[in-house]
Design a protein around this ligand. Structure first.
Ligand code: BG6
Length: 607
């Protein structure tokens, strides 16, 4: 999952490309490159490493070019290196391409092109596209690109420069996201909207198997077989401030601190305490008459979906299953037209979840998307959507979108139970009361930051950590372990506390800290029993609990982090925040790249 940027207009293109790539870097950051039309030749700069290194290598060299493309990479085929960095060119250096996705049949295509005398310079699958376009001699660029991608299998977002068409950029898409932006000085293409903030006023999302020709004054979209496509544009609403760190050391810390607002806004849009109402009626037509629910997602979103399964089973008298999207795709889950599939994804572009949505639809199931990005592919392909209002999330490790997903799914579950007549009204009132107080309780919990920083100092040398919990807090323990893995590279596992003695207890000794989530309302005595078992093996205990004054906790835990006492939807949200802060500060003490951890990317658009 790479980042793609392009511009054709009246402004100097090199600074625009470098700034765009810096904004897209969370999509992949192992190598980068740009190509511009400079008079009668294509000028290319490529570099292994971060965009800043590319910028430094380009330096202040004056370049009058106003048309160009840029790419930041997450390697799939061929190690991160200058040779494998994009843009790639054809044999004559007259065509340059950048690509996000995987060309699954690149080997047979490459062999045929090699037989035709083409010379390849990289190990990538992407380079095959430059030579395929080159082999469409005599066609105009849009139809050459259309002919080339019609031979490709797999996912792609592609942008093409050609010396024979110096005033245009041609782009094409299947599976990987691509958005066109119209600005005052010219036309942009990008993998997502953050790179266009403050530059484009209107955007157009390219659909699968569409080609667009961009020029200084606008763009023209056609299908692969050349039919014109006309679709309304969308106004850009987000402001550029939202993609700045706002004085925080890392985007992740900023986003952790934005959760009172992101959860508050997500709830406010969907519920009214004064009217005792969950306002999700627009989804009623999609949910009426459903007989079962399947939640599908990846990564952190999967943990939010699992929290929903625990929350919903209390009032929803329907079978609810949560499945990892990549597994859903290869299993044979029982799906009927009365099955509701809910796809949870912050980006709305994760390809495993997108393909799982398509599989669900093939089986006649109804699909509702929960996304943070309106107009994302999963949003556009669902029968109905609800949104988290977390704002743009830049930190690769998801934080504010997770807690917003829990709030949104929690409310959606209440709506389903309310419509099914299985939700007592006093229960709804209690939830809405708690949710109205949740932003304040989040701020209260964030006040533990300094204390958690000191705890992180104590434990940042550890090599293994176990997270234990029961009930609805178990998926939160999974999320705590994932956060620590993602940004500190420490091996960490989340486990149902009751399952500990059936295996993971073998890991426990004085060097393996155990983080336990304990709540009065969830099998309290049993979790205290698990704490005893950990103590008996000298495991250092960090207890997150809403009973900090219970002497038993004081006796069994080395470190106690108090969490406000609350039930329902609010509880998993509040227990998450100390775990996000713990992972963050342990990573800071270990000096890892918190916002762009190794080997990860914010949106996975390759299978
Ligand atoms: C991974 C991200 O690439 O994708 C995770 O690093 C994220 O943070 C996961 O949870 C799923 O992404 P999404 O956009 O589908 O929620």
């Amino acid at each position: 999952m790479c980042g793609i940027i392009g511009y054709v207009g009246r402004e100097l293109v090199v600074p625009l490309l470098l700034d765009g790539l810096a904004r897209l870097e969370y999509r992949g950051y192992d190598s980068a490159g740009i190509a511009v039309i400079a008079g009668d030749r294509i000028l290319r700069h490529r570099q292994a490493g971060k965009v800043a290194a590319l910028g430094a290598a380009i330096g202040e060299t004056p370049c009058a070019a106003t048309v160009g493309i840029g790419h930041t990479r997450w390697a799939t085929h061929g190690a991160p290196s200058e040779e494998n960095a994009h843009p790639h060119v054809d044999c004559r250096g007259r065509i340059a391409i950048i690509h996000n996705g995987i060309i699954e049949n690149y080997r047979p295509l490459k062999e045929a092109l090699l037989r035709d005398g083409h010379q390849f310079r990289s190990e990538t699958d992407s380079e095959v596209l430059a030579h395929l376009i080159e082999s469409q001699d005599g066609r105009d660029l849009p139809s050459a690109v259309a002919a080339a991608v019609s031979q490709a299998e797999g996912a792609f977002a592609l942008a093409v420069l050609s010396l024979d068409h110096p005033g245009t950029i041609v782009v094409a898409r299947r599976g990987s996201p691509l958005v066109i932006g119209r600005g005052a000085s010219g036309t942009f293409v990008s993998s997502d909207i953050p790179a266009l903030l403050g530059r484009a006023t209107h955007v157009q999302f390219l659909d699968d198997d569409e080609v667009a020709e961009l020029s200084e004054d606008g763009y023209r979209i056609t299908t692969l077989d050349g039919r014109n496509v006309d679709r309304p544009e969308h106004q850009v609403t987000a402001d550029p401030v939202s993609i700045q760190k706002g004085g925080y050391k890392h985007f992740m810390l900023k986003e952790i601190h934005e959760q009172a607002r992101s959860v508050g806004e997500t709830v406010r849009e969907k519920a009214s305490k004064t009217e005792d109402l969950v306002r999700l009626a627009d989804l009623d037509p999609v949910t009426s008459g459903i007989e079962d629910v399947v939640l599908i997602a990846c990564g952190t979103a999967y943990h939010a979906a699992l929290v929903a399964e625990y929350l919903w089973e209390e009032h929803l008298r329907l079978p609810v299953r949560t499945m990892i999207a990549s597994e859903f795709r290869i299993r044979s889950p029982h799906l009927t037209p009365r099955t509701l599939v809910i796809a949870v994804s912050q980006s709305g572009e994760t390809i495993d979840t997108l393909m799982a949505v398509r599989r669900a639809r093939e089986h006649g199931a109804r699909v509702i998307a929960l996304v943070n990005n309106e107009q994302s592919a999963i949003d556009r392909e669902a029968d109905g959507s609800l949104y988290t209002r977390a704002g743009i999330e830049i930190g690769v490790a998801a934080t504010k979108t997770f807690t917003a997903q829990i709030a949104a799914l929690g409310l959606f579950g209440l709506r389903l139970a309310q419509r099914a007549g299985t939700l007592p009204s006093e229960r709804l009132r209690a939830e809405l009361d708690d949710l109205s107080l949740l932003p304040g309780r989040i701020r209260e919990t964030l006040r533990m930051e300094r204390r958690i920083d000191r705890l992180a100092e104590t434990f940042h040398h550890t090599s293994d950590v176990l997270f234990l919990a029961r009930g609805v807090l178990y998926p939160v323990a999974l999320e705590g372990a994932l956060k620590l893995k993602e940004i500190s590279y420490i091996h960490a596992e989340g486990y149902p506390a009751g399952e500990m003695k059936h295996g993971p207890i073998a890991l426990i000794d004085e060097k393996t800290p155990v983080v336990v989530l304990v709540s009065r309302g969830i099998a309290y005595e049993k979790v205290l029993g698990n704490l005893e078992e950990v103590r008996a093996r000298k495991g250092p205990v960090i207890a997150l609990t809403d009973t900090p004054d219970d002497p038993a906790i004081g006796r069994l835990a080395d470190h106690v982090l108090p969490v406000p006492t609350v039930g329902g939807i609010s509880r998993p949200v509040l227990y998450t925040i100390p775990l996000q802060l713990l992972a963050y500060y342990i990573a800071v003490w270990r000096g890892t790249d918190v916002d762009q951890p190794r080997n990860l990317a914010k949106t996975v658009t390759v299978e």
